[in-house]
Design a protein around this ligand. Structure first.
Ligand SMILES: [Zn+2]
Ligand SMILES: [Zn+2]
Ligand SMILES: [Zn+2]
Ligand SMILES: [Zn+2]
Length: 761
């Protein structure tokens, strides 16, 4: 009789398995996805219970025939792809292909690729899980129904090649909404007042004003701040109350997928995608010494913080041995799961705590080491003792009117923090050490400080905070966060600038069209509910076809409506509040071969078109057309005239003798001669302010001493001092409301005067 066959989907897994499986079970095969929906058409029969029209993937035909050959007449097959929905789908597809009379299939769920994990899994094989497969199918079909039907609509209305996706478009919406919040944000001025104080004993410390006449201190302008400072300079500072308490801090649970990604992004500067790639390597097995590869972490796609009792016990032994009894718990610490039903997995943890990062360092790539180190420390710390933090706060009275407060903390016992800090280090004022003081003690005032601040808009999303936001809103699952984040960047809807997401103009345009046409689909709670429905399918509580039917009947209506009613950005364009500078008619945003631009609605009578940019408030700025033919100077190399050109990286000056003469110059040099005559306001700089062009052709003003001095402003400085605050220069600004004005550059001053009447509308 033929030997049983084990089938897995990765070559590394094969090696790791070989190490532990005896001669009695042989034959390992690599199989990735062998069947999928067709590329060219929808591939789902919406009239016949959403049956999928699967096709064998072309390049896989050889694999399939090989697979059949290897299977031969074996009557027992163990299916061991990854233990999640995706792996279940692969298992089912293999089963479809290898189905034969009297052949038995088993599903093997290997949560860790170690001797114990493999033996355990093989001795308790299960049946392939039809509900789990249905859940994977349902997700695949939902995504297909949405993606394959909305994308062509976008091609027709906006631009060829665009795409929309069920969850991806919601992620883009979250980023667009945040950007609009930032644009609409109005910073409010506020002042903080602090005092540098000295007690009988050192050190000097800095206390903050928290209350005025019993109410929360709210200082909104400089005048008020000055008055308070004047008051305080005469006041005596007396210690009112001293509070001491000890805070017990618990370690965080071991990693689930989303938290692993967030920490790897924040602490290691990985991307979500890279985190998963490296984690997969650690899971599938790495050679650590002789005897073949070994899985170093448990399966990395999980939303469970559950840990095997033996693993916890092993951690306790290691902690007692390496850190001492004080750091070890009497009994393992277990963490509660938010979602009890999905508890098939464990948290992400090392398969053996005795594989310390130091011990493995020489066997791992630098990235593997960094991620393993993070996983190991987080897990071991989760079994360590609480940290004890002594907190001291002092309340100080300055006359009966003003109340100051200062607090400091010292670590009494570091506990788990010895291995893994939970929070980013706080700013220094939060952790300043305080002198011993007595109630009623009078303090010496060294200095009263007053500082101007402005409230800040909410921050843009980083990869880490976006994963957190998706998780918080119930959108996405351990297996999908990384791909959502990768796909929105690939599609050009958002850019990651300095590690923060900003929507592109195209992202805004497509987002607004989709939100308008598919309000439900783009709704966060609708999408979250859909994820819950998919979980219900996995648990057999909801029928896959019922889910698809309910979804599709509504979606189909909305889609048909959108076909008729969605604005064509190619044709009509999107309305703006800009008037055509040539004829005064409204100007619309359109999209053409070279991207977005403004076009006059008076076409064909008026043929005005222009590129545009947006300022930090989102207002449209028309980019002046460049007179490309106008010679600027003679070429220093061949004497032919040189002209302004626009290239991939912005404006530059090029010789008209091209291609014989390839001489070019950058624009910045070329325009740095236009001097405004205004001395640079930067302290100690003797440069003057000159007119410059940004890479995108927009005029700005910067110091002639650049790059030594980096002073720059969008508005034109004028050599006239501010009559109110004495600022040595004013800025020329043109706004729709006020026309052309001169404005003080000090935000706290607010002086402005009109220099031209408001143009008639
Ligand atoms: Zn016009
Ligand atoms: Zn030349
Ligand atoms: Zn300067
Ligand atoms: Zn001023």
């Amino acid at each position: 009789m033929a030997k049983p066959l084990i089938i897995v989907e990765s070559p590394t897994k094969i090696k790791t398995l070989k190490k532990y499986i005896g001669k009695d079970i042989l034959g390992l095969k690599i199989v990735v996805h062998i069947r999928d929906l067709p590329v060219k058409n929808l591939g789902i029969d919406v009239d016949d219970n959403f049956k999928a029209q699967y096709v064998n993937i072309k390049d896989k035909s050889k694999i399939i025939s090989n697979l059949k050959k290897t299977a031969g007449d074996t009557d027992e097959i163990f299916l061991a792809p990854d233990p999640d929905r995706e792996g279940e789908a692969i298992a089912f597809h293999i089963m479809e292909i290898l189905k034969k009379k009297d052949r038995k299939f088993h599903r093997v769920l290997i949560h860790e690729l170690t001797k114990k994990g493999i033996t355990e899994a093989l001795s308790h094989p299960t049946q392939p899980d039809a509900d789990k497969y249905d859940a994977q199918q349902a997700r695949r079909k939902l995504d297909r129904l949405v993606g394959y039907q909305i994308s062509p609509l976008l091609w027709q209305k906006v631009q060829r090649g665009l795409s929309a996706g069920r969850v991806q478009s919601v992620a883009v919406k979250i980023i667009c909404d945040r950007e609009r919040e930032i644009r609409a944000f109005k910073p409010e001025e506020y002042w903080t007042i602090t005092a540098d104080l000295e007690a009988a004993n050192p050190p000097v410390f800095n206390a903050a004003l928290i209350k005025i006449s019993g109410k929360k201190a709210k200082v909104t302008n400089g005048e008020q701040a000055h008055d308070i400072v004047a008051d305080l300079e005469k006041a005596r500072f007396i210690v009112l109350e001293i509070k001491n308490k000890t805070i017990k801090r618990n370690p965080l649970p071991p990693f689930i997928t989303s938290k692993l990604q967030q920490d790897a992004i924040n602490r290691l500067r990985f991307s979500a995608k890279k985190t998963m790639v490296v984690a997969q390597q650690l899971y599938e097995g790495i050679e650590i010494g002789s005897g073949g590869p070994e899985g170093l972490i448990t399966y990395m796609r999980t939303d469970s913080t559950r840990i095997a009792p033996e693993a916890a016990q092993e951690a306790l032994d290691l902690i007692r041995h390496s850190f001492g009894d004080a750091y070890a718990l009497d009994a393992p610490r277990f963490f509660k799961n938010k979602n009890k039903a999905q508890d098939a997995h464990e948290a992400v943890r090392p398969t053996s705590v005795y594989n310390t990062p130091e011990k493995l360092k020489s066997f791992l790539s630098p990235d593997q080491f960094k991620l393993y180190d993070l996983i190991w420390k987080r897990f071991v710390a989760s079994q360590m003792a609480q940290a004890l933090i002594d907190q001291k706060s002092i309340l100080i009275e300055a006359t009966a009117k003003y109340l100051f407060s200062v607090s400091g903390s010292t670590t009494r016992f570091d506990g788990f923090m010895r291995l893994y800090e939970t929070q980013e280090k706080k700013s220094e004022t939060d952790i300043q050490s305080l002198p011993p003081v007595e109630p009623k003690e009078q303090l010496t005032t060294l200095k009263i400080n007053h500082d101007q601040h402005f409230t800040k808009p909410p921050p843009r999303f980083s990869e880490a905070s976006l994963v957190k936001e998706l998780e918080k809103n119930g959108i996405g699952r351990p297996s999908t966060y990384a791909s959502i984040i990768a796909v929105i960047q690939d599609k050009g809807y958002v850019d990651l600038i300095n590690r923060y997401f900003t929507p592109s103009e195209l992202g805004f345009i497509v987002n607004d069209l989709l939100v308008g046409a598919f309000p439900n689909l783009l709704d966060i709670s609708f999408t979250a509910q859909m994820e819950t429905n998919l979980d219900d399918v996995e648990q057999g509580k909801l029928n896959e076809v019922d889910l698809l039917k309910t979804f599709y009947s509504e979606f189909k209506n909305t889609l048909d409506n959108a076909k008729d009613n969605m604005v064509s950005v190619k044709g009509v364009g999107i309305e703006t509040d800009i008037k055509c500078p040539l004829c005064g008619k409204p100007v619309n945003i359109k999209i053409g071969k070279n991207g977005h631009f403004l076009a006059c609605t008076g076409y064909p009578e008026c043929s005005f078109t222009s590129n545009y940019t947006r300022d930090e408030k989102g207002n449209i700025d028309i980019v002046e057309k460049i007179q490309a033919s106008e010679p600027i100077k003679d070429c220093p190399e061949c004497g032919k005239p040189m002209v302004l050109k626009e290239g991939k990286f912005g404006l530059f000056v090029a010789c008209t003798g091209y291609p014989e003469c390839k001489h070019t110059e950058s624009v910045a040099q070329e325009n740095s001669s236009k001097d405004t005559g205004v001395p640079c306001p930067e302290k100690g700089c003797n440069g003057t302010i000159v007119e410059k062009h940004s890479k995108r052709g927009k005029i700005f003003y910067g110091c002639s001493k650049y790059p030594d001095c980096t002073f720059a402003t969008w508005d034109k400085p004028v050599n006239e001092s501010c009559p109110e605050c004495g600022s040595p220069y004013l800025l020329e600004k043109e706004t729709k409301r006020d026309g052309k004005i001169l404005k003080c550059p000090n935000r706290s001053c607010g002086f402005k005067k009109s220099i031209l009447p408001v143009s008639e509308k």
